[in-house]
Design a protein around this ligand. Sequence first.
Ligand code: LLP
Length: 458
Amino acid sequence: MWNPPLFFKIAFFCLPMVWFSASASPLPTIHDGLVKAHQNEAFHPAAVAAFTRLQREFGTPLYIYDRQIIDEQAECLKEAFSSCFPKLHIFYAVKANTNLSLIRLLRKHGFGAEVISGGEILTARKLKVPGSEIMFTSSSKSPWEIELAIKEGAVLNVDSLDELNQVEVAASRARKTARISFRVNPGVDPHTIHQINTGISESKFGLHLENGIAFHAYSRALKLPHVKIIGAHCHIGSQITEPEGYRLTAEKMLEFAFELKEKLGIRLEFIDLGGGIGIPYQDDQTVMTPMELAQTLKPVWNQGIERLGYEPTLWIEPGRFFVAPAGFLLTRVNSVKTTPVKTFVNIDAGFNTLVRPVMYQAYHRVRVVGRRENVVKLDIAGDVCETGDIFAADRMLPKPRADDLVVILDAGAYGFSMASEYNARPLPAEVLVNGDEVTVIRKRGSNEDLFRNQLAPY
Ligand code: LLP
């Protein structure tokens, strides 16, 4: 009788087991692939399968958002703050990403909308966010924006005495009472990137606590018949990674609320401490967690409200925290070139697609899909016709080849919302991933878009 070799025997017994165990554990989803990219394992088959499928179905450059990450970020912040502040209202700063589907997702978590333009008010209203849950904060508001905010019943966060007068006139004309707060500049430095450091004295934002400027604005508003003061607001900056600046700010704001009560008899419905909660943009970077921030603020808040004799609702309005880590910018390598000085990987996106690296010298992690060998020093270069269009300089990465895929992480905030058609390149598409399901939430711009609204009479 034929005695099969040992290899056949093993295969005979083991193959069905392998098949069974493979069929018992579900195939990796697109979400799994995105997680692998985060874990610096973009070479993993799950990541390769996910990004290849996304490229095949939707093309590049492509903004990909992972719904699970957005939900986790929202829950994490909600849990941390609601465990410390019983009177709390969270707003999503929609400027971070104005895609209707993402705003709707965050709305499901009960968040209001912090907006900075007439267009963002209309965006929030399109999603039926009631006016009472819209906070309109901008240092420069046009007449139609003020009129719209009053009509919709949004809170107008007033940034100057000029603007206060304009709000009074517009409200009186509309025969309404405008609900207002003032943006207070507390003069606090939270140690972040200069261009997004907003609470320092030299910034253009707010009415300074310094020299009694903010106090004067409140006393003036009290005399106006068509405005009702309901709160005090501040926002000290963005991508803040340590709690100290917030602690100082909360102290100053509560002290100010006390002064308003003692000297002017004003009782605030809310104190808004702004947005700005940072995220880790680098591997192994640790930043403050929402729980650490909430716990730092809690004793200051409790002390402040005890002295105040009443408790305003705490408002916060983060943007980046909810959406940045959920976003991936998928790009294709057009070419790889070694010059006498550097090796450039030329991808099919540029600072018109994601401006943060160029505008703020911001660091974004980059992953090369499907490769792990041949790690060399590279520059990831954009396709904009400018020397400065570099996404990442001198990074140690597996050397890709033309046609490979490169992913830029943490691109969900201030990515698409700051994108442009510079160099006549249409805007990218956006898709939302839910497990293994992918939905287009913004169609790719077309070449025809480049000519929309243009008239060429000559
Ligand atoms: N509230 C106000 C009044 C703001 O001005 C901002 C952001 C936020 C809330 C939300 O800040 P977040 O939580 O997202 O940090 N383009 C820059 C960031 C600009 C932030 C502008 N204001 C970047 O890409 O880093």
